[in-house]
Design a protein around this ligand. Structure first.
Ligand code: GAR
Length: 203
């Protein structure tokens, strides 16, 4: 099985997935990193781990369709089975979603459908919610929207700073994303309408 990770930034989730592969938790290969940002630190992580990189800038394409067709060409060449979005700060369009429907996962640092978008941890912190968390979901054409696979709550304590909360959320992300990826690769996600049932996982 081949995984492609899409990332635009630091890549701590990229590293967490690689660690899970090394430990045998995820039985697949991270065969491709798709990145749209030439300055992203994740690029160096991929180089060090000898993961093939597809660096595709949106500005170099005349349309979103062309951008996604270029990505799809890399995915096909790499016989990619599962796409894992890890801080890829773009909404996927219909080209990609149609081609890989129900085979694209995303992680989001809040309890969806609350606090969608690029600054979810800060938004939840400033809003003053007492409980926030992490969501892993299947990707559809809308931002931070598709059927939810897994959620884990993170409490916001009275004395929390944004930095402390971010650190706790990322720790949870790095723990649950590999679990969700493993379930997806093992064919244990059963989609009924908008609901995802996890086969063999006690609720
Ligand atoms: C992660 O916190 C992920 O949940 C978030 O981007 C970060 C990437 O961090 N994604 C979103 O906000 C999606 N809307 P990383 O580059 O260190 O893995």
């Amino acid at each position: 099985m081949n995984i492609a990770i899409f990332a635009s930034g630091r890549g701590t989730n990229f590293s967490a997935v690689l660690r899970a592969v090394k430990r045998g938790i995820i039985k697949a290969k991270v065969s491709l990193l798709v990145c749209d940002n030439p300055k992203a630190p994740v690029l160096n992580k991929a180089k060090l781990a000898k993961v093939k990189i597809a660096l595709i800038k949106r500005e170099d394409c005349v349309s979103k369709k062309e951008f996604e067709q270029k990505i799809i060409a890399f995915l096909k060449a790499g016989s990619i089975d599962l796409i894992v979005l890890a801080g890829f700060m773009r909404i996927l369009g219909s080209e990609l979603v149609r081609e890989y429907r129900n085979r694209i996962l995303n992680i989001h640092p809040a309890l969806l459908p609350s606090f969608k978008g690029v600054s979810a941890i800060k938004d939840a912190f400033l809003y003053g919610v007492k409980i926030t968390g992490v969501t892993v979901h299947l990707v559809d054409e809308e931002m931070d929207h598709g059927p939810i696979i897994m959620q884990k709550e993170v409490r916001i304590e009275q004395k929390d700073t944004l930095e402390k909360l971010e650190a706790r959320i990322h720790k949870v992300e790095h723990r649950i994303y590999p679990q969700a990826i493993k379930l997806a690769l093992e064919g244990r996600l059963r989609l009924i309408g908008r609901k995802v049932l996890l086969k063999g996982v006690p609720s």
